[in-house]
Write a protein that binds this ligand. Structure first.
Ligand code: GLA
Length: 729
């Protein structure tokens, strides 16, 4: 609900569980008065602000009258928390927008003109965005002295603690301007008593959790690799000092975008927190000619007054209900078998058929042929760009027919945005590759990035992919992306537009995905980028799940899945059982169950005991995964970064069924241990199959499951199923 009081000029966005309050001051700046637990009367806050006395910066000189004035409104231009700091003005905080104007100056100073309240949330053309839902948006119209118009959109969801922020710049002046920074969000918080958590990493160790108190000055994360990256994930959160999963305030941020991003957090010399977040401004220079508009991606803000799990659940609900493609996501997902770790590039038709037959003995319902089926691809030095079946290597028609006969769905691997120099496409069109303008070009995994800023390239890739889809009708594709962009120079763009390349590469990715999802609406896409190098909300809009990491060793994977699930629902986290010797198949399967669940090993080598363990967990998958894991609520019970154990719990929406996983890394003999659960109804009775006992929800919450007397070897993994029972049963 959005209330505006024209007397006080206070706008109160609230959904009964949180409030966000903005004041339109006498000078047309939007001051952020409050963000936090719900308020009944926002006008009180306004009075508090007026009584605050600050020194300096409240004066201005008026050129026309030649006089100096004090701001009439207690306005402190460089300290007041704001929605949008001006640039090249008295406010020296880092501004979300910087424009080089037609006169060469950098003044970027937008003032309020009017606002309207809209139902829903405006789409962002050409980019992934929230798919509406039960929400309202304030569309602030602001204008600068040059006549540029800015729509600043601020949305609030009624059914979840989510805000969205984004901007649309409209150039209706006769001049061309340069956008040098175009971020989506400024968030000013009036204190700095926060810790922030971000997720850095590398190949096979994605989203490694880093938590640190905010310090005076600047701390930031970013990507300049043209993808959201292994190195930093766009999801970050802020917790009140001392907050944990069940207590304390938490604010989560993410961006519906897959390219370069930057999140900059500054603790000012006045002790406030000033956050800006959006597309990175590194080498960014967008030419906005007369009549053109520029949309920023949407930034997502999640809030919880009582614990980090509340924040992460709000993010999960938003992603599941308002971002992913529900046409695909709502379907019951088949158990997927992927060929990669089983045979890598080394396969022929017989081997593939044997994988399908053996995969069926462990419950496989979809077979995915990974890399190596096309062009001259027998290793990673050739073939990318030539999306024709290598019929000398594999008879794909026969493979598909065999799957169909067995009632198995079919999936296939692509890496659409890439090209090997050893490919027909490169030989015909070397200019399609981003090789830069020097004599040497970086070559990563023997491949180049395609110039997705060039519409002819997007057309060509679409032509090849759609020809394949029309002939083979796959149910699923794995969309991989195995290198970063280094030479961001596009020969398809003029010199003055080279500052647009990074963003245009991301727009090209989205454009290709738009065309494919529009023409093949039932094709399920799983994202991937050398494991989890492009795990972001932009990709999730098109691909409801993303391969989280090439690391499936359970010791590492339990951490990767745990940290990823702080910002993303388990239903999006691609997780497979592989042949890692670190733990047995049952343990590995239980861990994969707290993700999408699938297999990736040589199935010819499985023993009877392995098959039985996998079938047992496949049965749990069919019984509970959809309701409890995919659509349920997730609780983080034990953080593996803080001790020997990792534990997560999923509870179905009706709170009748719950699955709990608990696993330890190191051996531990008997010791007092109680696993306190969350999310159950206090007065319902639940049976748990670990103790084979019945307790109330309150008992599980306050006392917990007693597992003190167990001798736990390394990687002892328990899956506990709780079911509500009738008191008379
Ligand atoms: C990437 C992916 C793997 C696999 C290979 C194939 O590394 O993350 O899962 O598909 O590419 O080359």
């Amino acid at each position: 609900m959005i209330r505006f009081n024209p007397q006080t000029k206070v706008l109160h966005l609230t959904n009964g569980k949180m409030s966000y309050v903005v004041y339109v001051n006498d000078y047309g700046y939007l001051e952020t008065l409050y963000f936090g637990a719900p308020l009944t009367d926002a006008d009180d806050i306004h009075c508090l602000r007026r009584s605050a006395e600050w020194h300096d910066s409240s004066f201005y000189y008026d050129k026309k009258s030649g006089k100096e004035y004090r701001h009439s409104d207690c306005y402190m231009s460089n300290t007041a928390p704001q929605e949008l700091s001006a640039h090249a003005a008295m406010d020296k905080r880092y501004a979300p927008l910087v424009i080089r104007q037609a006169d060469g100056g950098y003044l970027t100073d937008f003032r309020y003109v009017s606002h309207t309240v809209l139902d829903g949330v405006p789409d962002v053309p050409g980019m992934p965005h929230a798919r509406g839902g039960d929400c309202q948006t304030v569309d602030f119209l602001l204008c600068d002295g040059y006549g540029l118009q800015l729509h600043y959109y601020l949305s609030i969801y009624n059914d979840k603690n989510i805000l969205l922020k984004s901007m649309l710049l409209v150039n209706d002046t006769p001049h061309t301007v340069h956008l040098l920074r175009a971020m989506s969000l400024q968030l000013d918080l009036p204190d700095a008593q926060w810790e922030w958590t971000h997720f850095c990493g590398r190949w096979q160790k994605e989203r490694d959790l880093v938590r640190a108190p905010l310090i005076d000055g600047v701390q930031s994360i970013s990507s300049n690799r043209a993808r959201s990256s292994h190195e930093e994930n766009p999801f970050v959160y802020f917790s009140r000092r001392g907050a944990g999963p069940t207590a304390g305030e938490a604010i989560g941020l993410n961006l519906i975008y897959s390219g370069n991003f930057a999140c900059r957090v500054e603790v000012t010399n006045y002790g406030a927190t000033h956050i800006t977040y959006g597309i990175s401004d590194e080498d960014f220079d967008w030419v906005l000619a007369s009549g053109q508009r520029f949309h920023t991606p949407q930034a997502v803000v999640a809030y919880s007054a009582d614990g980090e799990d509340g924040m992460s659940q709000a993010m999960h609900d938003f992603i599941k209900q308002n971002l992913v493609n529900r046409r695909l996501d709502d379907k019951t997902k088949p158990i997927l078998f992927n060929s990669w770790e089983g045979c890598f590039f080394d396969f022929d038709t017989q081997r593939v058929l044997s994988y399908i037959d053996d995969g069926r003995t462990i419950g496989m319902e979809m077979f995915v042929l990974d890399d190596g089926w096309f062009g001259a691809r027998n290793d990673d030095t050739a073939g990318l760009g030539d999306w024709r079946v290598n019929t000398d290597k594999v008879d794909l028609k026969r493979v598909v027919a065999h799957c169909r006969q067995c009632g198995i769905q079919v999936g296939i691997w692509f890496e659409p945005e890439m090209i090997n120099y050893r490919s027909d496409l490169f030989r015909a069109h070397p200019e399609y590759a981003l090789t830069g303008n020097a004599d040497q070009a970086s070559c990563i995994r023997h491949q180049f990035h395609l110039d997705m800023a060039n519409p002819a390239v997007v057309d060509e890739v679409y032509r090849q992919l759609s020809a394949f889809f029309d002939e083979y009708h796959p149910d699923y594709i794995k969309w991989d992306y195995n290198r970063i962009v280094c030479e961001h120079y596009s020969s398809a763009l003029p010199a003055e537009r080279q500052g647009e390349v990074y963003h245009r590469l991301t727009l090209g990715y989205y454009h290709l995905l738009e065309r494919i999802t529009a023409h093949y609406p039932d094709l399920f896409i799983e994202g991937c980028a050398s494991g989890g190098g492009r795990f972001d909300l932009g990709t999730l809009y098109y691909a409801p799940q993303i391969w989280a990491s090439d690391e499936s060793d359970p010791a590492q994977r339990m951490e990767i899945n745990y940290t990823t699930s702080l910002g993303y629902p388990l239903s999006t986290i691609g997780a497979h059982v592989n042949a890692s010797p670190v733990a047995n198949y049952r343990t590995k399967a239980i861990l994969a169950l707290f993700g999408t669940y699938g297999y990736e090993m040589n199935p010819n080598r499985l023993t009877q005991e392995d098959r039985e363990a996998l079938n047992e967990v496949a049965d749990v998958y069919h019984r509970y995964h959809k309701d409890v894991v995919e659509n349920g609520t997730l609780y983080h019970l034990k953080n593996p970064y803080l001790g020997n154990f990792m534990s997560m719990q999923c509870v179905s929406r009706d709170r009748n069924t719950s699955l709990v996983v608990i696993i330890n890394r190191k051996k531990e003999l008997d010791r007092f241990r109680y696993l306190k659960l969350q999310g159950l109804d206090d007065d319902k009775l639940y049976h748990n199959d670990y103790e084979n006992a019945v307790h109330t929800g309150e008992y599980y919450r306050k006392i917990g499951i007693n597992y003190s007397r167990e001798w736990l070897d390394e990687f002892s993994c328990r899956l506990i199923v709780l079911k509500a029972v009738d008191a008379n049963e």
